[in-house]
Design a protein around this ligand. Structure first.
Ligand code: UDP
Ligand code: MG
Length: 317
């Protein structure tokens, strides 16, 4: 099997048939063997029955149906586990992405030997204020933080080597950062291809502007997890030690100056608590210890949950 095409969908009844017909036509013309995985992410319209009907005529079609809306990441994850093709292509169900890009994406992975080829909607047909401008900022931040230099992280149209999708764990809203997850797993041969884009012909967008806020929070998580996910003590321990030491030295200095006041100058009335540093020192020591404990707990959790499956290895036997 050359290709697995994965299509997550939520209430996209009007576009499914046209989408599949165009995929079938383009794969036939390029002589590619393929399967299509429709993942119905809790649609409440006719999407699932349309998929069932299409399946009757077309054995290449497979479907996964969620009992409720779990989100695009979960939908992709479910199909990544099932996919059999050498190259995996994901695309949105709303016809904003062009199935006609498939053969070239396939070639780039297969012949160009890229781990990931990510679509780049160079000329976008979405709302300028709610999508295009926030998206530019979002992509800039994602590039800087992750070190993966893509212009368009959010593009639904991407192609992967099979091994890549089998090695990463997409959850929450992390579908935006699959290239970053892959790069963290050691798949660094990532490139992008400018792709055609059009306005949504049917239905409405499933994501609002809140996606950018969530996206930024996820980016922070990703940065943190990729740096310290395997060794939380190095972060919490360092921060905790620093705070504790500053607090401790301040307290020591306060204590010594109090002793000097009392024994050398015979001044008795100065209460330690009158000095603001007293409270700063106290807070620093408490926070420092808490961070330290947090680091220890993190290490314990890792120790008990260590998952071998995250190792990506090749064997020569
Ligand atoms: N989608 C999904 N689950 C969700 C939200 C969206 O499967 O919870 C699908 C949606 O049906 C579409 C794709 O993800 O096929 C991209 O969504 P959309 O077109 O709404 O995003 P946009 O193009 O506005 O970024
Ligand atoms: Mg769309």
């Amino acid at each position: 099997m050359n290709l697995s095409i994965i299509i997550p969908l939520l209430n996209e009844q009007d576009s499914l048939e046209e989408l599949f017909n165009r995929i079938a036509a383009v794969c036939k013309a390029s002589k590619l063997s393929y399967e299509v995985w429709f993942v119905d992410d809790g649609s409440t319209d006719l999407s699932w029955s349309i998929i069932e009907n299409l399946k009757l005529q077309n054995p290449q079609i497979h479907g996964i149906r969620f009992s409720k809306n779990y989100g695009k990441s979960q939908a992709l994850h479910a199909a990544f586990e099932k996919a059999n093709g050498d190259v995996i292509i994901t695309m949105d169900a709303d016809l904003q992405d062009f199935p006609e890009e498939i053969p070239e994406l396939y070639e780039m992975v297969k012949v160009g030997n890229y781990d990931i080829v990510s679509g780049w909607k160079k000329k976008r047909f979405d709302n300028v204020m709610t999508k295009n401008i926030p998206s530019k900022l979002f992509n800039l931040a994602a590039r800087k933080v992750s070190g993966v230099s893509l212009h368009d992280f959010n593009c639904g149209l991407k192609a992967y080597k099979k091994q890549v999708v089998k090695s990463i764990d997409v959850y929450g809203d992390m579908h935006r950062y699959i290239p970053v997850l892959a790069a963290n797993a050691g798949f660094r041969n990532i490139t992008e291809k400018p792709v055609q884009h059009q306005a949504r012909p049917y239905g409405t967008s499933k994501f609002g502007t809140e996606r950018f806020i969530r996206g930024f929070l996820d980016l922070i998580t990703l940065w943190f997890v990729s740096r310290f996910g395997g060794r939380p003590m190095h972060f919490f321990g360092a921060a905790g030690t620093l705070m504790f030491v500053i607090g401790f030295l301040s307290a020591l200095w306060l204590g010594i100056s109090k002793l000097i006041d009392v024994y050398a100058y015979k001044i008795y009335g100065n209460l330690l608590a009158n000095n603001p540093w007293f409270f700063i020192a106290l807070t620093m020591m408490i926070l420092g210890s808490l961070l330290f404990v947090g680091g220890f707990l993190g290490e314990l959790i890792i120790r008990t949950n260590r998952e071998q499956k995250n190792y990506h290895i090749e064997e020569l036997i």
